[in-house]
Design a protein around this ligand. Structure first.
Ligand SMILES: [Zn+2]
Length: 229
């Protein structure tokens, strides 16, 4: 009897289990966390509360089925003010971008704590941009990413917003993507990009790129094998 109950509840658990890693990340990020230029003061606080409740703690899926129209309306209601008139697309952008940033921050910090040296970027099928395609299956240094993410998190919210928007905007330009492609060697993103805050997902507002920790051998073993030729 109890076995049946466990089996039945498993799929639900995957969807709704509290994502403690992301929860901890949001606690760290919260004081200066940037959401959108028009969400400041109390509106920003209310939006973060909503995201924490609905997306961070529940680990709710952003892509695939995506947030329902009710969810978008719930955020509009929770925040009020100008956001009440935002289109579905704009509300969705706010939710996805913020949630992905929190999840990445949590992942990177956990990888550093677990002494992972490298992380891999895995691109997404949805509306992937050239930068996402250029970075698919490439590796970056966990320590370098963790340090720059902490620096960004410490910026006052307005500066943080400015910085993040700059990074995203530059990352979408053809020149940038081309220089990135030329700089990636053995699928490794040069530290000079990572340390400036580039090439760390999400790479744009509706980016579904994710990261995963990889064994040192997968990156460095391959590099030394290749360098023999
Ligand atoms: Zn993307």
């Amino acid at each position: 009897m109890s076995e049946i109950v466990v089996r039945v509840s498993q799929p639900r658990l995957q969807d709704e289990v509290v994502d403690t890693r992301a929860h901890r990340a949001l606690v760290t990020l919260r004081p200066n966390f940037y959401l959108n230029g028009r969400l400041t003061g109390d509106a920003r606080e209310r939006a973060i509360d909503f995201l924490e409740r609905e997306y961070i703690d529940k680990g709710r899926a952003l892509f695939g089925r995506g947030p329902s129209p009710e969810m978008l309306n719930d955020l509009r209601k929770a925040v009020g003010g100008t956001i009440a008139n935002f289109s579905d697309e704009e509300v969705l952008r706010i939710i996805c971008f913020a949630t992905q940033r929190v999840r990445t921050f949590g992942n990177v910090m956990q990888l550093r704590q677990g002494r992972y040296k490298w992380a891999k970027i895995v691109s997404h099928r949805g509306p992937a941009r050239p930068i996402c395609n250029a970075l698919n299956e490439t590796f970056f240094r966990v320590r370098v990413a963790a340090e720059v993410l902490e620096e960004i998190a410490a910026l006052p919210v307005a500066d943080q917003g400015y910085f993040i928007r700059q990074i995203i905007e530059i990352g979408q330009t053809e020149d940038f993507v081309q220089s990135l492609r030329l700089s990636i060697d053995n699928r490794i993103v040069p530290e000079s990009f990572t340390e400036k805050g580039f090439c760390i997902p999400p790479l744009h507002e509706l980016c579904g790129c994710r990261i995963e920790g990889v064994d040192k051998e997968e990156v460095e073993g391959r590099v030394s094998a290749n360098s023999l030729f």
